[in-house]
Design a protein around this ligand. Structure first.
Ligand SMILES: [Zn+2]
Length: 317
């Protein structure tokens, strides 16, 4: 371990506060809604390209309408260019305790009910997930195209969210359960050019590692990186605490156009925690470390065996 530590090059990443783009919020649920909002274009595109057989003609038509009007949704001519058309309001703003509200024209703001962003389940406060936020936003965007049938829109929203997101896995740091990793896996076969997403939060600050992951790993042997799936993660509770995620790189051999899965790379994230005024541990500074097969060939060999065992067990079930 000491030798490995000596070899490690530590990188730093700046902690930034989430939620600022909408001016209010900043909690996990608000961030999930903003995240879903920003990604709605790729979410709908993915659904239309890959799940067409699951959609009726009418559903495809409405999704295409939403997709084509997104530039005007994001930047309507009469509004400030940098302003999001998404606003969080408290319950008294909404008619009939609604979850969200909008008008029936393109570019109308979408109002989200702040009082419904969190709910309690088994004694824990659960924030609205990216999956739920995506369904909700597709529903609201559907209203902009004069669709009024609530159930029809609910169904469309869920279809889109389901086709895109396979699941969201949350892992909490024991004893400091506000410190969480959130892995968002895409519902795509390994041949798809998709990159799973990774986020870390301390309950206030929200850090997206997706771009870093995309840019930090390369395929071996002249192959081209087409996608990355995150397949295994954990928190190490020995000090210093760290979070580690193992990656499967989807690499394309350009000669024969064959895809190969390369196993063994990992990302390790080492947050420095401090107590804030509420007596809760929060991020102060975060280091990370990129683990590659070039650096640790024997680790990669071991991980390959584990991965393929895991995959074959899964397909037997
Ligand atoms: Zn509605």
């Amino acid at each position: 371990m000491n030798l490995i530590r000596l070899l490690i090059v530590f990188f730093s990443i700046n902690v930034y506060c989430g939620g600022d783009e909408v001016g209010n919020g900043g909690g996990l649920a608000e961030n999930n809604v903003v995240f879903a909002y920003k990604n709605i274009e790729s979410t709908i595109k993915f659904t239309l390209n890959n799940k067409k057989d699951k959609l009726t003609v009418k559903q495809q038509e409405v999704l295409n309408l939403i997709l084509n009007s997104l530039p005007q949704e994001y930047f309507p001519r009469n509004r400030n260019q940098n302003r999001f058309q998404l606003e969080f309001k408290s319950n008294d703003f909404f008619p009939h305790n609604r979850f969200a509200f909008t008008y029936n024209f393109i570019g109308a703001p979408i109002y989200i009910n702040k009082d419904y962003l969190y709910y309690s389940s088994q004694g824990k406060v659960v924030p609205m997930s990216i999956f739920q936020a995506t369904s909700m936003l597709v529903h609201e965007f559907g209203h902009h195209h004069k669709i009024e049938n609530e159930n029809w829109l609910d169904n469309l929203g869920v279809l889109v969210a389901q086709s895109f997101y396979q699941n969201e896995q949350v892992k909490r740091l024991p004893w400091h359960t506000n410190i969480q990793s959130r892995m968002i896996k895409f519902n795509s076969p390994e041949t798809q050019e998709t990159f799973d997403l990774l986020m870390l939060t301390d309950g206030l600050v929200y850090i997206n590692y997706s771009k870093l992951i995309k840019e930090s790993f390369k395929c071996q042997g002249n192959r081209v990186l087409k996608g990355i799936s995150l397949y295994q993660d954990y928190w190490s509770v020995e000090r210093p605490f760290y979070y580690q995620v193992d990656l499967a790189l989807h690499c394309m051999n350009l000669n024969n156009e064959e895809l190969e899965i390369q196993i063994g790379s990992a990302l390790q994230i080492i947050p420095d925690l401090v107590y804030d005024r509420d007596g809760v541990k929060r991020f102060q500074h975060i280091n990370y470390r990129v683990i590659t097969c070039e650096q640790f060939p024997s680790r990669c060999q071991q991980k390959r065996i584990e991965y393929f065992n895991q995959m074959s067990n899964r397909s037997l079930q």
